[in-house]
Design a protein around this ligand. Structure first.
Ligand SMILES: CC(C)(COP(=O)(O)OP(=O)(O)OC[C@H]1O[C@@H](n2cnc3c(N)ncnc32)[C@H](O)[C@@H]1OP(=O)(O)O)[C@@H](O)C(=O)NCCC(=O)NCCS
Length: 373
């Protein structure tokens, strides 16, 4: 089996950002309108009044301060509260593919590679714009890559699952190089009318190039020492959107086909699952967890990441141990841990070990242990 590395990463960030204050102002305008329109029913006790949101709560509960989005105006319009995107023709690149291509081009450039060097394209993400043709095949087309591509969805853990598939393909010789791309338009599946979660998600796309270590030309390489994946069924993060929605009788309520979660339960159940995964994976690779130089963790909740890192490192983590990008990006699902890697890997020295770790709905979790060359 060949030794394998990640030889380049790429990031696409949408141009528009929404601060907590802007988001809360839009949400609270919606709440005021709703409560005014239903004043009589509320006074009669027939309808519960909606409660306002607050920026203080959002920062305290999650660490999120802002999020990027593909469309700010739609999200902030209290009568719309979703991103509005142009309906493109079949002969134009889909928005998701366009974001993926931008991130992939940067990853190729950083790896010193071109389209002709790549055999396989994985689009690994939570929110695919359509069932088929696969977004990965469209991305492959626009990048000019021969070979093949396919989509995979393992929710927020998708990038780690994609990396394992890529590593296996490269190590086994079925692909010379693989692009693992995680484009996410999470604002499209977010219920901006739900106070419990309206602040959670943002949009971005990431890409990683995976290829044999010995022939990589990049000076910025990380050997993949090992990957480990785990899933365990849970309904605590769920989205019932699907192709049978129009057939289901009675029809589902509109908010059932958007993201919803039991955030507190997720926090409590996923922290030990991920800490155990990381400790056992590192232990089996003969690496003392406290010696890990950096954790590039999934970016859903700051407190969650601090607890996970503490359980692995054995001390309170600083941002140097586990960098934070969710303050600026919010939760970008599968892209989050890769954004952290992309922005915060340059300072590692040869021999330093880092762990990219993604987790989310399913539950699903993945650990990718890397060593700087
Ligand atoms: C979602 C999350 C930030 C919520 O934080 P939390 O501390 O659990 O907050 P809760 O939902 O328990 O709400 C606490 C209180 O704040 C209130 N509240 C909820 N949203 C609010 C908002 N936007 N503004 C003000 N108050 C709010 C709640 O109604 C509740 O009030 P109560 O105590 O009077 O009942 C947190 O649970 C989380 O991030 N969990 C992990 C989720 C995760 O990783 N998911 C993966 C997604 S891919």
């Amino acid at each position: 089996m060949k030794r394998v590395c990640i030889s380049g990463s790429g990031l696409f960030t949408p141009a528009e950002s929404i601060s907590n204050d802007e988001l809360v102002a839009a949400f609270n305008a919606y709440v005021e309108n709703h409560n005014a329109e239903n004043a009589t029913a509320i006074a009669a006790g027939a309808v519960e009044p909606l409660q306002p949101s607050s920026s203080e709560f959002i920062v305290k509960a999650s660490g999120i301060k802002a999020r990027y989005t593909v469309n700010k105006a739609g999200v902030l319009d209290p009568k719309v509260m979703r991103p509005l995107i142009r309906n493109r023709g079949d002969d134009e690149p889909s928005l998701l593919a366009e974001m993926a291509v931008a991130a992939a081009q940067q990853a190729l450039q950083n790896a010193g590679r071109e389209a002709k060097d790549v055999d396989m394209v994985l689009v690994a993400c939570s929110n695919l714009q359509r069932p088929y043709p696969a977004i990965a095949v469209e991305v492959q087309h626009y990048l000019g890559i021969q070979g093949y591509g396919y989509d995979m969805n393992v929710a927020c853990a998708s990038a780690a699952f994609g990396v394992q598939a890529a590593v296996d393909a490269v190590a086994g010789g079925s692909a010379r190089a693989v692009l693992v791309i995680s484009p996410e338009i999470c604002t499209g599946h977010l219920n901006f009318r739900n106070r419990d979660c309206h602040f959670i998600f943002g949009d971005a796309a990431t890409a990683l190039l995976v290829e044999p270590l010995d022939t990589a030309v990049s000076k910025d390489r990380f050997e993949v020492l090992g990957t480990r994946l785990q899933t365990q069924f849970s309904n605590n993060i769920r989205n019932n959107f699907g192709f049978l929605n129009a057939s289901e009788q009675p029809p589902r309520p509109w908010n059932d086909v958007l993201f919803h979660q039991e955030g507190r339960k997720v926090f409590k159940e996923v922290v030990p699952m991920v800490a155990e995964l990381l400790n056992s994976h590192l232990g089996d690779l003969g690496i003392v967890p406290s010696t890990v130089r950096r954790f590039w963790l999934h970016q859903a909740n700051l407190g969650m990441n601090q607890l996970i890192a503490k359980r692995v490192l054995g001390h309170e983590p600083g941002t140097d141990d586990a960098p934070v990008i969710l303050d600026e990006y919010a939760n970008t699902s599968s892209a989050g841990s890769v954004i952290a890697f992309h922005k915060y890997h340059q300072d590692l020295k040869a021999g330093d070990v880092g762990v990219l770790c993604a987790f989310g709905a399913g539950y699903s979790a993945g650990s990718v242990v890397l060593r700087r060359l």
